[in-house]
Every structure is written in structure tokens, then in C-alpha cells.
Design a protein around this ligand. Sequence first.
Ligand SMILES: [Ca+2]
Length: 407
Amino acid sequence: MRFLIPFLLATPVMADMQVPVQRSAGFAPFAAAPVAMDAWQAQFRARALAEGIPAAIFDEAFRNVRYESSTREADANQAEFVRPIWDYLDDAVSNSRVNTGRTKAAELSDTLAALERRYRVDGHVLIAIWGMESAFGGFKGNTNVISALANAAHDGRRQAFAEAELIAALKIIASGQINADQMVGGWSGAMGHTQFMPSTYLRYAEDYNGDGRRDIWGDNPRDALASTANYLRQLGWDYRAPWGVEVRVPNGFDYSLIGEYQTQTARFWNSQGVRTVDGGQVPNHGATALIAPAGANGPIFAVFPNFQVIRKYNMSVSYSLAVGHLSDRIIGAGPFAASWPRGSEQLKRSEIREIQERLNAMGLDTAGVDGMIGPASIEAIQAFQQSIGMLPDGMPSRALLEALRRR
Ligand SMILES: [Ca+2]
């Protein structure tokens, strides 16, 4: 969701979009489309045709397009308060979702076993992604995908990305997989049971039941689950390896070792006294990092290469943790052993941006000032914390902000 900066950069060109469109009598009752949108559509139509999309397919698909200002407003209204990870996980891995996941895994056990044999991807992870993406098919989105992407493309926020996805969507329609008016999904253009973007569909969608259609949209989830298995396999899924495991660190542990990109061997972590929460050794599944999403006062996890595979599916650490934990819970595991620091103060996005600005001014690179904490911001925070003798857990806090202001 790093759309805020492109949106701000696009602001100067909005001035010419205030001109009302000339509308003839009998024009379809769409939201008023400023001239710039017509101009964008005409120019994009030429590009699509040049890339081999038949004119009749394009024109039919764009009959469904309704230009709206809501996507822009959604970006402009991006929440000032950052949602704590424990609130996110409470919803993402609710008891009801765990129970439904167990029911679905039982219902589809033959399919999941076949998918495991064919793709070497763990079935309960597929069920967890399905639960996260569409509540097990219960909510796949009802926005016309062509319309959603055209809205994202025409106003310049994510034009290159959205136009590439539109071309992919038109190719899917041109290939006869689905009609334009049935191609529905989320506002971002993600479609079907596991919310594939059109370009992902073109690369990875599978026809599991052999009926000639790669149907990720319909009631039967099997093509979508096979497509997701194929995608995870191509991203490098390590079959039967976990995503990660909750760990404990000993007193006196060097917290500067924590960080998603600071991978080490299991042997190294074990030599540092890191143990799973039931006292076992950190298992060896290759390059392993420790993450502490809420800092030293919350749960700490050893994450394995499969965690990075889920990260490629959706860039968010919270999402990957939710998929991993939900899959474990569906198998039968319990909640995390350590508790989250519920009730601790959450900084506003503007305060996190200030932290990033101040770290950058010191030469500590946060890879952007976006109000969101990613791996680069965590490393920069850790470096600053260490330089002033704070526990280097990478957690943005009021005390950290005040220490930065005092410099
Ligand atoms: Ca099929």
C-alpha cells in the first residue's frame, strides 16, 4: 500500500481534470467523466490494440467502466493512525476463521493431498491464503476489474502498473476465459478466491479440474487453490518446511541481530541462546532471520525462507505472519505464547514520518518517508537506538521520537 507518494506526485496534473465533459443526449448515466479521462482512454485504447487486443474486446470491456473519484479519496484518507499488528491479527486469525479453515481443509482434503503431490506446497497454507484473501470464497469483491484498473490508471497514481494489469486483464478476456462483465474483484483489481492480479493469472493460473477453463472466479475454489499452489511453487516454496516459529531470546541478548534481512544459520541462533517457546532448538530450514513486529515487548519469531515466499504474495509482514499463523492454527496449534503489548501507545503516521525524516537527516537511510515501518526503517531505528544506548529492537516509540528531537 505504498501509493501515497505517487498520489502526491500526481497532484499537479489534476488541475486539467476539472473541465466538465461534453455529454450528448442519451449518454450512459456514468459519473461525470472529465476530459482527461476520455483522453487517457483513447490513448490507452491505441496502446492496447497495438499490443494485440481486438478492438471489439476493448470496446466491450470498457462499456463497463465508470470513472469515479473514490479511489483517489481512499488514498487521500489513508488512516493517520497505524493499526497495531495485534488488532490486525485478531481479525485475520479469529477463532471463527480458524474453525472455518479447519472445516474447509477437511472438506477439500482429497484436493489438498493432490495439490501437495502435484505442486509440493502445503495444503493448509493454501487454505490460510484463501481465508485471508476472500474469507474462503465468501467475499471475492464485486468491483468490475476493468473499471477498477481504469480508474487507477487514468489519474496517474499508479499508471504504469495499472495499465500493464489492464492489458493483462484484456488478454484474459480475449482468450475467452471470462467475459468482461463477469470479471469482478477488489478495488485494486485483484480477482477471485485468492485475489490474483491479472498479470499473476496470466503467468500462474491453472486448470485443476481439466474443463478447459482456468476459473478462479466461480464457486468451485479448486482452480484457484491450484493456481495459488503453482504460484507459491514458482516463488520457491519449500515443501513441509514451516514459515517460521515463535522463539524466546535469553537475558542479555543482542537485539541488534533482529531484522528481517539479517539471516543466519539455525546453528548461529542456537549458539546465541535462542530457543523455541517450548524450549527446543531452532530447527534448521536454511537462512533464518529473527523478527520482533512489536519490539522487545512482544512475540519474537524465527522466520525461514517460506516466510519470504509469502511476503512476495503480499508485501506486508503482518500479512505473512497472519497466513503463517492461520495455517498453523488450522493444523491445530494454539495462539502465540508471548502476549502483544496491547494498550501501548501507537504513534501516528505523521510521527513515524518525522522519525524517518530525522533518521535520514542523520544519514540513516529509511528507504523513504512514508509513515510505514519496513525493514530499512527498522535497521535505521536500531542503529540510532544503539548509538544512544537504547535497547535496539527497531520499535518506533514516543521515547524514540523524543530522543531524536533532543539531538
Ligand atoms: Ca477449470
